[in-house]
Design a protein. Sequence first.
Length: 87
Amino acid sequence: MSDGETIGGVPVTEQQLAAWAAEAEVGYDIDVLKRRGRGRPGRGAEPAQVVALRLTSEELAALDARAAREHKSRSELIREAIAAYAA
């Protein structure tokens, strides 16, 4: 390629582009493409919503202390507190 495109610092060649095009023309196994790879596991059938939460340093310290005592993450404790409140 004349414009110096790279992937991970490795130059992309015309031969690589031709190989990718040939692979695409043959087709892909959709089930293989849909399999989850690395990353956080899902929490259910639907994607989870990320919600920002502002805490004071004292609230955060208390949350972290309890999380350490219970061997849980901040998120786990917050979800448990919301579930208990909503019940």
